[in-house]
Design a protein around this ligand. Structure first.
Ligand SMILES: [Zn+2]
Length: 457
């Protein structure tokens, strides 16, 4: 009897101890996980208030998605957008990652409209924010824009509105001239058949050339280009060929495009970059660097100016610019300068793993094709906020964008030029080319592609 009681008591105590230990164990694990979540967000650069805000808007699985990306203030702005929908959260962040300069409004707008795969750029921003923008014409604006990237947002909105209003409400818009640019652009592909069977609309362009005209004498086509600014003799055949499929474009526009190589296929019709050009070498989707190319005289960037390495002449120019910026109370910060071939390979492969080749190509250069491998390019943030995606909204950007040329830097991927450079507008990316050339490019509003082809190649 006694023995049995004792044994029962023993069992009870052991059971209690097990439960007791398990309780504290679980509590410990729970608290640890919880704490480490906050800690992780903190390590990403989020402040206490921002962490609270993230937690109040997002469920756990979405907080985990936040941790997959670098810190960006825009993420917090997205949460506060009027039309924010949590079920689209991962799409918003993917969009932001591809287009760090997209505003939170634009991200929510395009994703909510099912256009998360759109090739975003500031022209589209200007279109959807235009005072005469009408949401019901969205597809038409996108279609028209795809075919007329050389036009500005104002012209696109007005042309489409005019076309839509002049015709009966069911008629589709006929794009002026019907010209399609050769670079791939996924804007509004879903509408591409919708608009192709209309031939009733008026043509708002002054262009009256018949696109079916075929037997134009060679000399007549040549004459269109002779004497034009930036014409290069060796490209004459290409101008003529491009003209035959783009008759509604001006000769100057055709010269601009062919000189920028957009009649070729990116990553396919490629040439090794001519290293003999020194600091004026060009790297883009048509000119590449060997995997063993490492620029000479790379120097370490001082931590007060940023991080990483730049070619000495580029860094010296930055310091000169920085010292003048500081006098204005501004602190540009070198966030991403030289990148080795192998680092670019890692970056690019990670993007491909996550988003696929097609998507990765829209925002990341392939190894060998990144200008960062030259040691002459840098992505800027500010010393207060290193994020390059926030750079455009800083005072530093306003100043740098107006003054960088005085120190030998050009904004390498400008607004409205993505169809020439192959890259969306990157307000943070500057390239050193020396003062004289930078001044010319700034004052004449041309790209480095155009400058290189005409003056340097
Ligand atoms: Zn860059």
């Amino acid at each position: 009897m006694e023995k049995k009681k004792k044994r029962k008591l023993k069992k009870g105590i052991i059971l209690f101890l097990i439960i007791f230990i398990l309780f504290w164990l679980f509590l410990g694990v729970y608290l640890f996980q919880h704490k480490s979540f906050d800690t992780k967000l903190k390590e990403h650069g989020y402040s206490k208030e921002e962490i609270q805000e993230l937690k109040s808007h997002l469920e756990k699985k979405n907080l985990e998605i936040v941790l997959e990306y670098d810190y960006q203030k825009t993420i917090l702005h997205i949460l506060n957008e009027k039309d924010f929908q949590e079920k689209y959260f991962s799409y918003y962040l993917k969009f932001l990652n591809r287009y760090p300069n997209a505003t939170s409004y634009d991200i929510v707008f395009f994703v909510n409209h099912g256009l998360e795969d759109i090739t975003y750029n500031p022209d589209l921003h200007d279109i959807i924010h235009h005072e005469k923008f009408k949401e019901e014409y969205l597809d038409d604006y996108l279609k028209y824009y795809e075919e007329h990237q050389e036009l500005d947002a104002e012209k696109i909105v007005i042309d489409v509105n005019t076309n839509k209003e002049e015709e009966d409400p069911n008629a589709n818009l006929k794009p002026v001239g019907g010209e399609v640019t050769s670079n791939s652009n996924s804007n509004s592909n879903q509408n591409s058949h919708k608009n192709s069977n209309s031939n009733s609309s008026s043509n708002s362009s002054s262009n009256t050339k018949d696109p079916k005209e075929e037997d134009i004498p060679l000399e007549e086509i040549t004459a269109l280009f002779l004497g034009k600014q930036y014409m290069v003799d060796r490209n004459m055949d290409r101008y003529r060929k491009y003209y035959l499929s783009h008759k509604n474009l001006s000769a100057d526009e055709i010269i601009t495009r062919v000189n920028s190589n957009i009649d070729l296929t990116a990553y396919k019709d490629v040439t090794a970059s001519d290293l003999g050009k020194g600091d004026l070498l060009i790297v883009n989707k048509y000119y590449y660097l060997d995997k063993n190319y490492v620029p000479s005289n790379l120097v370490a960037v001082n931590s007060k100016h940023g991080r990483g390495y730049l070619k000495k002449e580029a860094y010296d120019a930055f310091i000169e610019m920085y010292n003048d910026a500081v006098k204005e109370g501004l602190y540009p910060y070198i966030q991403s300068p030289y990148r080795s071939y192998s680092y670019q390979t890692t970056l690019y492969n990670n993007y491909v793993k996550r988003d696929g080749v097609k998507e990765a190509d829209t925002y990341s250069a392939r190894p060998g094709y990144s200008e960062h491998q030259t040691g002459l390019a840098m992505d800027l943030g500010t010393s207060k906020n290193h994020s390059i995606g926030d750079f455009e909204s800083s005072k530093e950007f306003t100043w740098v964008s107006k003054n960088a040329y005085k120190y030998g830097f050009i904004l390498r991927y400008p607004k409205n030029k993505q169809y020439l450079t192959g890259y969306m507008y990157e307000p943070w990316h500057y390239r050193y080319v020396g003062k004289e050339i930078a001044k010319y490019i700034y004052e004449n509003n041309i790209t480095y592609e155009e400058y290189f082809e005409y003056f340097l190649r």
